[in-house]
Design a protein around this ligand. Structure first.
Ligand code: RP5
Length: 164
């Protein structure tokens, strides 16, 4: 199975990024986690992206806050799918990171999830890998069914409490 790369711009992003790591682990997807910064360690970021396909990655998650160029910088050096996670790490509540990540010019795509949307980033990466992996597709379907069941239970509890 392909690996998913999980890159964050700073270790201060880890509390959010851990949700993506855990989701990938729950789905049995091999992951590799790094702190690479588009601004502080641009050479390491570039080297990772250039070698990522050969190293067996199938998708790369990039989490960054503030002037969040990490996902774009990684996407500039690979044609693997890159998923950006804007992190709410600044006084602008993550709007800065959202716009920096989502507003890519034509030719260099970054699929951007919600601010702090780490779980969806992991699920999207899993869905990309599942296109050619029927067993992973089944695990995703099972997870979706379990989530639906939980929501139906919550609905039943609320209905029982208020609808008499
Ligand atoms: C970004 O700057 C990082 O992704 C992080 O969200 C933010 C702050 O980084 P630290 O100053 O906490 O290392 O590059």
């Amino acid at each position: 199975m392909h690996k998913v790369g999980v890159i964050m711009g700073s270790d201060s992003d880890l509390p959010v990024v851990e949700k993506a790591i855990h989701t990938l682990q729950e789905l049995g997807i091999p992951t590799e986690v790094h702190v690479f910064s588009a601004h502080r360690t641009p050479e390491e970021s570039r080297a990772f992206a250039l070698g990522a396909r050969k190293a067996g990655f199938g998708a790369i998650l990039c989490a960054a806050g503030k002037a969040a160029h990490l996902a774009g910088a990684i996407a500039a050096n690979t044609t693997l799918p890159v998923i950006g996670i804007p992190i709410k790490s600044s006084t602008l509540d993550g709007i800065d990171a959202l716009l920096s990540t989502v507003q890519m010019p034509s030719g260099i795509p970054v699929a951007t999830v919600a601010i702090d949307g780490a779980v969806n980033a992991a699920l999207l990466a899993a869905e990309i890998l599942a296109v050619s992996d029927p067993e992973l597709a089944k695990r995703l379907d099972d997870r979706r069914r379990a989530d639906t069941a939980k929501t139906l239970e919550k609905n039943a509890a609320i209905e029982a409490k208020y609808n008499h």
